[in-house]
Write a protein that binds this ligand. Structure first.
Ligand code: NI
Length: 192
C-alpha cells in the first residue's frame, strides 16, 4: 500500500514536471535566444523570383514555416500577420514576411500565389526543391514531418513559431499572437 502510494507520487511528480516543461515551451513563445536561428537559403517566391537570405537585410522580417493544406495553424498565423500589417498601415511596407512551405511537392509557386491571395498582399510565399526547403528549415531550426492520413493523403506536422528577425537578419524573438495586433505592430515598428 505504502509502496503503491510512493509510486503514484513519483508518477504524479514526473507528470507535473513534464507538464511544466511543456508549458514552458507553449506559454513562453517570446523566449529569446542567442542560438543562431536563420542562415543561408535559396528559394523561389510565388511569382517565380529567386529569393535568398539577402532579402532579410535592410528591414525587419517575419519568417515562418507551413504549408497551404494546413487545416488551422498556418491560416491562423497568416491571418494574425495580416492583422499586424493592417495595424502598421503604410509603414507595413517596411516589414517583410516569408511564408516558407515545408510541402514543396504540393506547394508550387502558383499554389502559393493562389493561397496567399486570401491574406495581406505583402506576404511572400517561398518554395523550392525538397533539398532547398530542407536547407531553409534546418537553418531556422524548424521541424517538419510528413504524417500520412488514413485513406490516403498526408498533412505536415511542423514548427508553428513565427520568427521575428531584425533588419540585419538576426533572430529577435518569436511572435506572440496572444497580444493585440496593435501591440505587435508597435514592437515591430521599433525595429524599423
Ligand atoms: Ni500549418
Amino acid at each position: 500500500m505504502k509502496n503503491r502510494l510512493g509510486l503514484s507520487l513519483i508518477v504524479a511528480l514526473a507528470g507535473l514536471m513534464l507538464i511544466g516543461v511543456m508549458a514552458l515551451f507553449v506559454l513562453t513563445p517570446e523566449r529569446s535566444s542567442t542560438d543562431a536561428i536563420g542562415g543561408a537559403f535559396t528559394l523561389t517566391d510565388q511569382r517565380g523570383a529567386r529569393v535568398t537570405e539577402a532579402a532579410l537585410k535592410g528591414q525587419p522580417s517575419l519568417v515562418f514555416f507551413g504549408f497551404t493544406h494546413c487545416p488551422d495553424v498556418c491560416p491562423t498565423a497568416l491571418f494574425e500577420i495580416s492583422e499586424v500589417y493592417k495595424a502598421l498601415g503604410p509603414k507595413g511596407d517596411q516589414l517583410k514576411t516569408f511564408f516558407i512551405t515545408v510541402d514543396p511537392e504540393r506547394d508550387q509557386p502558383e499554389t502559393l500565389k493562389a493561397y496567399l491571395e486570401s491574406f495581406d498582399p505583402r506576404i511572400i510565399g517561398l518554395t523550392g526543391s525538397r533539398e532547398e526547403v530542407d536547407i531553409a528549415t534546418r537553418a531556422y531550426r524548424a521541424f517538419a514531418r510528413k504524417v500520412p492520413l488514413e485513406g490516403g493523403g498526408y498533412v505536415m506536422d511542423h514548427t508553428a513559431l513565427v520568427y521575428l528577425m531584425d533588419k540585419k537578419g538576426r533572430f529577435v524573438s518569436s511572435m506572440n499572437f496572444e497580444r493585440p495586433p496593435e501591440e505587435n505592430a508597435k514592437r515591430i515598428a521599433e525595429l524599423f
